[in-house]
Design a protein around this ligand. Structure first.
Ligand SMILES: [Zn+2]
Ligand SMILES: [Zn+2]
Length: 340
């Protein structure tokens, strides 16, 4: 297979390979009638399998499908993303499993950078990609200029960008571009965007791009201030992690989720593969606080819009349903929600 760098182990029915991208993968062969049980076993987490075995005895060695296995145990089908022994058995018994959001429910992407290559041509490429993906809307959210994002837009730049987008929208059919910005949250929780400017934009994302190593209380206060004292719509990539490079910042997520709900600010699920932030667990905890979520690819080029799929996978791990994500709303409802 083209993605395999080398084979590191093999037996009668398995092969362990090192992928060119880095991780190892194990390939397993199973006869047809053992395929579903094997799929369930090898893709379910260890914690889920242990609980299943303890409470229901050894699962069958033959079955037609994964749903048949769960049905025979008196359970509703537990989707793979939920197999963590974190309440899914109780929910499957009680018929309260969430109906997880799917890619087909997604009507748009709320985090896109158009500026890196620059100009109207790239906007048109984004628009064309969005139409191919069947979206109703996308938000162009370039950086606001700051010491940490010097290539970002200043106020004059934002104004001319808004006119450009307005102009393009007049020519587009079935797709609307929203004028947005991604502002940096300063150390004291302020953002360098005048309230008048925020009100003229369709979507303001505020994110931490600097001073990541603050103590928990300080960081929480910084973000609470950003949410309470500014006109923002979305708290971008709330924990700031870069997978394999930077750990999550220390913060009180539940407090931030509470304040965001009170202020009608959305928490972002940033679908950039290096971020996936909030992660599944974060989504689930924030959902319990009653917050709503935004979803965006954080694309810096049109092809990267496809990364939204990874974000959907992550929110599914967080038990999120269609109603938890604003990008499942039609444009009119979304705008009403953003205008508050
Ligand atoms: Zn960002
Ligand atoms: Zn961004």
């Amino acid at each position: 297979m083209p993605s395999v760098a080398r084979v590191v182990g093999r037996s009668f029915s398995t092969a362990k390979v090192l992928l060119k991208e880095g991780p190892e993968a194990v390939l397993r062969l199973a006869p047809d009638d053992e395929f579903a049980p094997a799929l369930r076993y090898w893709t379910g987490s260890r914690a889920h399998n242990i609980r299943l075995y303890r409470e229901y005895g050894p699962p069958p060695e033959r079955a037609e499908s994964e749903s048949e296995i769960y049905r025979d145990l008196g359970l509703n089908f537990i989707p793979p993303e939920l197999r963590e022994d974190q309440g899914e058995f109780e929910a499957a018994r009680g018929g309260t499993l969430p109906s997880l959001v799917e890619m087909k429910d997604i009507r748009g992407d709320l985090h896109i950078h158009g500026l890196t290559v620059g100009g109207a041509d790239l906007l048109e490429e984004y628009a064309a990609t969005a139409m191919r993906m069947g979206y109703e809307y996308i938000a162009i959210t370039d950086h606001l200029r700051s010491p940490f994002t010097p290539y970002g837009l200043d106020e004059a730049g934002i104004r001319s960008r808004m006119r450009e987008i307005e102009h393009l929208n007049r020519r587009l059919e079935g797709l609307t571009l929203l004028s947005g910005i991604e502002a940096n949250i300063n150390k004291d929780g302020s953002i360098d965007l005048p309230a008048s400017m925020s009100r003229d934009l369709d979507l303001v994302i505020a994110s931490v791009h600097s001073d990541f190593s603050m103590a928990r209380d300080e960081m929480t206060l910084r973000i609470v201030r950003a949410v309470e004292e500014n006109e923002i719509h979305v708290l971008g990539h709330p924990t700031g992690r870069i997978i394999g490079k930077r750990a999550m910042v220390h913060l009180d997520l539940m407090r931030i989720a509470d304040v965001s709900r009170e202020r009608n600010v959305l928490l972002e699920l940033n679908a950039h593969p290096a971020r996936l932030d909030l992660n599944g667990e974060g989504c689930r905890r924030a959902k319990a606080a009653g917050t709503l979520f935004a979803l965006g690819s954080d694309a810096h080029r049109p092809e990267a819009m496809g990364n939204l799929l990874h974000g959907v996978a992550q929110v599914r791990r967080g038990w999120l349903e269609k109603r938890d994500l604003v990008v499942t709303m039609p444009l009119s409802l979304l705008l009403a929600r953003l205008n508050r």
